[in-house]
Every structure is written in structure tokens, then in C-alpha cells.
Design a protein around this ligand. Structure first.
Ligand SMILES: C[S@@+](CC[C@H](N)C(=O)[O-])C[C@H]1O[C@@H](n2cnc3c(N)ncnc32)[C@H](O)[C@@H]1O
Length: 301
């Protein structure tokens, strides 16, 4: 299928210019946080233009077994194409009984992970939120699963009542947030006492100890913690042909290099950062502890 340019608005035209930067998303980290956030929002808006038949529903780097892991359970045929991205959710939720519970996913993107959790572990309800309105419009159009709903929302101002959820899931999204302490305080508030916080994301190696400290200081008890960088690298390698084919089909040639960077395909600077362990990807299974958190952090807008 050839690429059909979609009608795009002013924000997206700005993005077309920004996309000529080669090393997104790594480049945005060297910009000011506000500019970086604006670029990321524009980036996700643009993604919605180039996938008219709604094939892309997951946007994480994936998770693949490295030999020592137990094999993952079988997936329905329609989920097979997204196996590696789904496996990151599977890895995070394994051993946690979500059946019949109320679950929130923050930073759900195009909802593929939320849809997997809603259909396999079968919580009573799953609410997916994302800051990008078009991603939420996509989810509301695309999914028809009982108990699965989506709404626009900001991770650092969730706005749910105290103790609304039994579990909060967050995958590959927190590195964009303007305040990690505010996000963690919001998650803690939204969770019931003893509720699960299932969290996976990457940081530069030297930043990881500070992230771990933030989790503990925010009042979460670490139940399981894993460095999954090797599993991410393996997934990037084994899922590469599928991603390259998608990029070749959908992305105008001018932006292909940028998309390869975004997808961390082998050969990109992002892939190298993981492969050489300069960036570390970790998963944390946590419980909301009983300690009362210190003074709530203030968000900067
Ligand atoms: C790499 S994608 C991952 C999406 C999804 N978790 C997945 O695995 O497919 C990161 C998502 O975080 C969202 N995001 C970034 N900042 C956010 C914020 N402040 N609040 C909520 N979502 C945010 C982005 O819009 C994007 O959809």
C-alpha cells in the first residue's frame, strides 16, 4: 500500500518540520522539558495520520524471552502480530490477580495494552487515559470490549477520587512526564490501600537509582523488580522486520530515518543506547504502602 498524505492541521505541519530532526525521541531529552513535551505531543498526533486502517495499537519497544524465561502463554490469532509489545504487559502483570478488579492505565496510547489486559486477566473495568486527545479518539472508535473505557487525562493531574482503583498500570510513558513525584503522588491517591502499581520504563543508567528512590519515597513497597533491558533489546531485534515493513509502507521517505529512531530499530542511536546499556529499562511490581506521603509535590505547568 502506498502512503497517502492525510489532511493535516497547523500543529502537524510544525511537526513535519520538526521531524527532520534525526534522533527523536533521544533528541527531545536534550531540549528544554517544555519544548520536549510539545514535540512529543505533536509526534503522537502525527502518528494518528499515517495509520488510516488502524493497524498500530501498541507503541512500546516490546519484551522477548532471553532463554531463561518461561515461555509466554498463547495469544489469540488476532493478537499474534503484536506479540512482543503485548509481552511487555504480560511480563508486568504476571502473578498479579487482576480478575474482577478496577484498573487504570496511565499513558495508554492507542490502547493495545489496555485491550490485552481487559481481555486476558479480565478485570471488572479498565480505564485508559492519555494526554493526546487523538489517541483517545482512536481508542473510543477502535475497541468494543465490555468494561474497557478511555478518557483524556494528564498523568500528573489524574483527577480520580481517593482509592478509586485496585491497580494502576504504566508502560513506557513516564519518561515524558513533567514531574515524576506529582505522577507518583497521583497514582498513590488513586489506588486503594494495598493496591498494585505495575510500572515499566527506561532511564539513562545514571538516573535509575534516583527513579527507584522516588518510587520508595512516594510510599510504594517493591514486590518485584527486574532489569529487562536485555529483553527489550531482544524484542527490538526479533520484531524488527514487522516494524520496518510498516515504516516502509506508511511513512514518507523523508521521515523514515526518524521513525526508525522512534521505533529503536537496530542501527538507530536509541537501539544502541539500550544495547550498550547506557539506557536501562526496568519493571517494578509494587503495592501501595501504608505510610502517609510527605507534603504533596507541586506541579509546574
Ligand atoms: C511510548 S507510548 C506507550 C503507549 C502504551 N503504553 C503502549 O505501550 O503502547 C507513551 C504514551 O504516553 C503518553 N503520555 C505522554 N505524556 C503523558 C502525560 N503527561 N499524561 C498521560 N499520557 C502521557 C503519550 O501520549 C503516549 O501515548
Amino acid at each position: 500500500m502506498s502512503y497517502q498524505p492525510a489532511t493535516i492541521g497547523t500543529e502537524d505541519r510544525t511537526l513535519e518540520q520538526l521531524l527532520r530532526v534525526d534522533k527523536l525521541p533521544s533528541a527531545v531529552f536534550s531540549l528544554s522539558p517544555a519544548i520536549g513535551r510539545a514535540i512529543i505531543r505533536l509526534w503522537y498526533r502525527y502518528l494518528t495520520h499515517i495509520d488510516p486502517d488502524e493497524q498500530v495499537t501498541l507503541m512500546n519497544y516490546g519484551y522477548a524471552e532471553t532463554g531463561t524465561d518461561a515461555p509466554f502463554p498463547s495469544l489469540c490469532r488476532e493478537d499474534e502480530a503484536d506479540r512482543y509489545c503485548i509481552q511487555l504487559y504480560e511480563h508486568l502483570t504476571i502473578g498479579v490477580d487482576l480478575k474482577g478488579s478496577a484498573v487504570l492505565e496511565v499513558g495508554c496510547g492507542r490502547g493495545g495494552g489496555a485491550s490485552f489486559v481487559a481481555r486476558y486477566p479480565k478485570p471488572a473495568s479498565l480505564t485508559g487515559i492519555d494526554i493526546v486527545a487523538r489517541a483517545i479518539d482512536f481508542c473510543n472508535r477502535h475497541y468494543r470490549t465490555a468494561g474497557l473505557t478511555f478518557a483524556r487525562g494528564d498523568a500528573v493531574a489524574l483527577g480520580f477520587g481517593h482509592g478509586s482503583f485496585d491497580a494502576v498500570i504504566n508502560v513506557g510513558s513516564s519518561h515524558y512526564y513533567r514531574s515524576m513525584p506529582c505522577f507518583l503522588a497521583e497514582v498513590r491517591r488513586a489506588l486503594k490501600p494495598g493496591g498494585w502499581f505495575l510500572f515499566a520504563d527506561f532511564r539513562k543508567r545514571e538516573e535509575m537509582p534516583a527513579l527507584r528512590r522516588q518510587l520508595v519515597e512516594a510510599g510504594f513497597e517493591l514486590v518485584r523488580e527486574a532489569d529487562i533491558t536485555d529483553n527489550i533489546v531482544r524484542a527490538l531485534e526479533v520484531d524488527n522486520d514487522r516494524k520496518l515493513a510498516l515504516i516502509q509502507r506508511r511513512v514518507p521517505w523523508l521521515f523514515r530515518k526518524t521513525f526508525k529512531e522512534f521505533a529503536a530499530t537496530p542501527g538507530s542511536a536509541t537501539y544502541d543506547s539500550f544495547n550498550q546499556a547506557r539506557w536501562v529499562y526496568k519493571s517494578f511490581v509494587m503495592k501501595r504502602g501504608e505510610i502517609t506521603s510527605p507534603t504533596p509535590p507541586q506541579t509546574k505547568s
